[in-house]
Design a binder for this molecule. Structure first.
Ligand SMILES: Cc1cc2nc3c(=O)[nH]c(=O)nc-3n(C[C@H](O)[C@H](O)[C@H](O)COP(=O)(O)OP(=O)(O)OC[C@H]3O[C@@H](n4cnc5c(N)ncnc54)[C@H](O)[C@@H]3O)c2cc1C
Length: 425
């Protein structure tokens, strides 16, 4: 049984919720705060790989963030997460090569914790908050949020009502449907008109040596294609399961581990939807299901060599006699051309050719293309103010509410909501 009233209730213990809690407890130690999460430990990127980017606009949704706002808050994020920033080398050389062919290479301040060490970081953050008097209700699911005449609150596990002075909802990408249901019930307008669709490439370190100089290089190509989430050293492609289909993603352990000499990263194309198809979520589900249908219930993989010859990959293509490394995530060998919409494939392939010109190697026949990698997180509510308030006493933040696309921006969103709460009370 949870105590029935708190000054602030935060749904979600991911970086957005934590950012809000750290700021509120630092600025106003007497506030009573309850954080609720349906998992034992927060489930997003803070736990998986945990690459932290400290440069605008990486991870920030530019419609909601100016450079000044982001740069004001990023140092505060750093104070709490205490990153060890990675050094970069030879940036000018790569940058010059990229600029010559119309590609931008961003210089991003980055830190990488690794999936194996991220739990320690999360534990430290939760312990610090507990030390400041924050209450936690873990493995409890918020099934509804309301803001009525008697004030706001949440329903936990479908039965228990907990009231608060303010509610911050930060359920992340996986809370997409939950957030939509809450917004529909509360009469909050929202748009969901963007989606990132792409592939994940896996190759050997020798074919993408830039990662020795720059851990997660951010290239921006024409047609809204970009590199995303590079993992190297002890790196793996992984599956993310959704209802009825799986998507691919990638992660890596910290550098202390002996490497497997593989690199993986995504090439994503951002798609802005207009009438009559307006839901990024629907498009993601449709494309995800199509790919999994063709893959017999799994995502697809194809070697670059086969793709170039317009030939499907087969189990034999993945035989080590022919090619230099086995896939770290063996899914169904097939033909991406049957599953990826033509325009998306064309723009991604054009980006791959440009990337191979900047860093020769990625188009080696052994490179594996995995599909689908899709980011569905733009559930943008109409906000009442600059602090992501959606009703009198409810705020919606983080990847689920489309205020961020990464750990540091999610954390900064939490600070912005907390500032709003403090300024009103
Ligand atoms: C596999 C993976 C790897 C990633 N790697 C990186 C990376 O290296 N670097 C980076 O910057 N970003 C990465 N990201 C993106 C990153 O996770 C997000 O940008 C960030 O975590 C968003 O923070 P958030 O607080 O909005 O949501 P989340 O971190 O997703 O946290 C939301 C929390 O809310 C909880 N929740 C959801 N619904 C409910 C409910 N109804 N009741 C109670 N609790 C609920 C969830 O269990 C979760 O713990 C990755 C994402 C994934 C999925």
């Amino acid at each position: 049984m949870l105590s029935s009233r708190h000054d602030v209730i935060i749904v979600g213990t991911g970086p957005a919720g934590l950012g809000a809690a750290f700021h509120l407890t630092a600025a106003s130690p007497s506030l009573s705060i309850l954080m609720i999460d349906r998992e034992k430990i927060c489930s997003g990127g803070l736990l998986n790989d945990c690459k932290q980017n400290y440069t605008y606009p990486i991870g920030f949704v530019v419609q909601n963030w100016t450079r000044e706002e982001a740069e004001r808050l990023l140092p505060r994020v750093e104070e709490c997460l205490r990153p060890v920033i990675k050094e970069k080398k030879n940036l000018e050389i790569y940058r010059r090569r990229a600029e010559r062919i119309g590609v931008t290479l961003l210089d991003v301040r980055q830190a990488h914790v690794g999936t194996d060490r991220s739990r320690e970081l999360i534990r430290r953050l939760l312990d610090e908050l507990a030390g400041r008097g924050v209450h936690f209700a873990l493995e409890r699911e918020v099934t509804d949020v309301f803001d009525d005449r008697a004030g706001p609150g949440v329903i936990v596990d479908g039965t228990e009502t907990v009231r608060g002075g303010t509610v911050i909802v930060a359920p992340g990408r996986k809370g997409f449907s939950f957030l939509q249901q809450v917004m529909e019930r509360m009469g909050i307008d929202y748009i969901d008109n963007e989606v990132d669709v792409g592939i994940r490439l896996e190759t050997t370190l020798n074919n993408y040596p830039i990662v020795r100089d720059y851990y997660d290089p951010k290239f921006l190509f024409p047609e809204r294609v970009r590199t995303f989430c590079t993992n190297s050293g002890h790196a793996r492609v992984v599956l993310e399961r959704y209802q009825g289909f799986s998507l691919v993603n990638g992660h890596a352990l910290s550098e202390e581990h002996e490497g497997n000499n593989l690199v993986n990263f995504a090439l994503l194309k951002t798609i802005g939807l207009k009438d009559p198809v307006r839901s990024g979520q629907q498009m993601a589900v449709f494309l995800g299901r199509l790919a999994n249908e063709i893959g017999g219930g799994k995502p697809l993989m194809q070697r670059v060599g086969d793709f170039r010859m317009e030939k499907r990959s087969t189990a034999e293509t993945f035989n080590e006699d022919l090619y230099s490394f086995p896939p770290s995530c063996p899914v169904t060998a097939g033909d991406l051309g049957l599953a990826v919409p033509a325009k998306i494939m064309r723009h991604i392939w054009a980006a791959m050719k440009k990337l191979d010109t900047i860093i020769p190697g990625i188009l080696h026949p052994s490179t594996i293309m995995y599909y689908p990698e899709i980011k569905m997180y733009a559930n943008k509510p109409s906000f009442i103010d600059r602090h992501f308030r959606v009703s009198e006493n409810v705020y919606m933040i983080g990847d689920g509410a489309g205020t961020s696309r990464g750990i540091t921006a999610a954390w900064a969103s939490g600070i912005r909501a907390a500032e709003g709460i403090l300024s009103r009370h």
